[in-house]
Write a protein that binds this ligand. Structure first.
Ligand code: UD1
Ligand code: MG
Length: 458
């Protein structure tokens, strides 16, 4: 049995460079707070305890985080080592303690697992990466044999040390009991007057404890976010990775740089996604489904060979196979389009269930309605579902024809094969095969003369 895993997430910092009222770690990447990405990783790794160190706007961070965690308050931010010292009373001795940063959201489970595994043999393990431009990150110092001997913070580094490109990601795993003894010995005798967590490396080496460097699978995954420029860069990296996984699974993406997946997208082979599509929540696209340009798709299931044409919003809707929606359609929650259903331009649906082969091709509102099979809903049809107080349903049978510009006043039922004359206001139920005509009778005036242009008119 490997030792239990405890995760500590550092999230007390101010995030000054975000220039935001919002705590930095709650800024979103792909529609999810950075901190929540990190906490999801702790869960995936099977952590028995997750401790989150909070300081700046601690209450907001806590309130807006649904994850189960032990919240540890660091009232003054005296450094990363000081942050960890606050957690010591909560840590077990027999665990491996993995420290993550709330503003390093993309670190992979693979890299973290390797880091934890390295610490299981009683060592200090830290994730490093090689950066072409290591800027102000901590530098990894290795001896002639390649063994890590220290981490030097940029501000404390000599010119030669600053030339080193191997950096400290800040992520490290240490056996619980060992970590506690090392943390107790930290001092703030350095350029920033802070308690550096990184000093545990030098202390461990002095005690003869081996320090393992675990190189991150990709350098980008350990990049931290300090400002909105970096956040946007990581967003693109994250999106490109998701797109690449879809492409490898047989999905055609018109332009990998112009699609956004903010949630989970499951797509079968031969799905086609055009440019500027935004996916949110849980979306499933079955084989051969097509999504046109400029669509918004949230919590939706799009069946095999179904099509969403351009500029369409699909939210909380199901499209069965071969169904078609758009261009310029809006499918709202509770919409279910049966096989081969067609919803055309400027049609809005809500809690609308349409049976196989039915069509509403233009300019229509279908709300709180059940439509049977093979119906035709003419342009300009409106279900009047709301009387100002309550919502009412409209039940439409199979093979019903609703003429253009009809007003269907709910509660209402239209029987199988019934027919509504164009321009009708229908308030009475129709039985099977009835024709409903609900409009003023036309009068024709014979020999009517058009108004003349008046001579005094300006
Ligand atoms: C730290 C590392 C540096 C590493 C870099 C990677 C130290 C001393 N240095 O530097 O080697 O290359 O991260 O990004 O550890 N935090 C707290 N409480 C504190 C201070 C920080 O919770 O008192 C949190 C911050 O919110 C942040 C993380 O710890 O999430 C890192 O702190 P930061 O100040 O950014 O450390 P760096 O100076 O960047
Ligand atoms: Mg930093």
């Amino acid at each position: 049995m490997p030792p239990p895993l405890e995760v500590v997430v550092l999230a007390a910092g101010k995030g000054t460079r975000m220039k935001s009222q919002r705590p930095k770690v709650l800024h979103e990447l792909a529609g999810k707070a950075m901190l929540h990405h990190v906490l999801d990783k702790a869960t995936a790794l099977g952590a028995v305890n997750t401790h989150v160190v909070v300081g700046h706007q601690a209450d907001t961070v806590r309130e807006q985080t649904p994850h189960r965690a032990n919240w540890v308050l660091q009232t003054e931010q005296l450094g990363t080592g000081h942050a960890l010292q606050q957690v010591v009373p909560h840590l077990r001795d027999d665990s491996i303690v993995l420290t993550l940063y709330g503003d390093v959201p993309l670190v992979s489970e693979d890299t973290l697992s390797r880091c934890v595994a390295a610490a299981q043999s009683g060592r200090v393990a830290l994730v490093t990466a090689d950066f072409a431009d290591p800027a102000a990150l901590g530098r990894i110092i290795r001896n002639k044999d390649g063994q890590i001997t220290a981490i030097v913070e940029y501000k404390d580094a000599s010119k030669t040390q600053r030339a080193i490109t191997e950096i400290n990601s800040g992520i490290l795993a240490v056996p619980g009991a060992l970590l506690k003894t090392l943390l107790a010995r930290l001092t703030n005798d350095n350029a920033q007057g802070e308690y550096y967590l990184t000093d545990v490396v030098e202390l461990a080496v002095a005690d003869g404890v081996a320090v393992d460097g675990v190189i991150a699978a990709k350098p980008e995954e350990v990049t931290g976010v300090n400002d909105r420029v970096q956040l946007a860069e990581l967003e693109r990296i994250f999106q490109r990775d998701q797109v690449e996984a879809l492409q490898r699974a047989g999905v055609t993406i018109a332009d990998p740089g112009r699609v956004d997946i903010r949630g989970s997208l499951t797509a079968a082979s031969d799905v086609f996604i055009d440019v500027n599509v935004v996916f949110e929540g849980d979306v499933v696209l079955e084989a051969g489904a097509r999504v046109g340009p400029h669509c918004f798709i949230r919590n939706a299931h799009i069946g095999a060979n179904a099509t969403v044409e351009s500029h369409t919003s699909v939210d909380g809707a199901v499209l069965q196979s071969e169904a078609l929606a758009g261009p310029f359609a809006r499918l709202r929650p509770g919409t279910e389009l049966g096989p081969g259903v067609k919803i055309g331009n400027f049609v809005e649906t809500k809690k609308a269930v349409l049976g196989a082969g039915s069509k509403a091709s233009h300019l229509t509102y279908l709300g709180d309605v059940t439509v049977g099979k093979n119906c035709n809903i003419g342009a300009g049809t409106v279900t009047c579902n709301y009387d100002g107080i309550n919502k009412h349903r409209t039940e439409i049978g199979d093979d019903v024809f609703v003429g253009t510009n009809s007003t269907l006043v709910a509660p209402l039922s239209l029987g199988n094969g019934s027919f509504v004359a164009a321009g009708s206001t229908i308030t009475l139920n129709l039985n099977d095969s009835d024709l409903g005509v609900g409009r003023g009778k036309q009068r024709n005036i014979k020999g009517w003369t058009r108004p003349d242009k008046r001579s005094d008119a300006k």
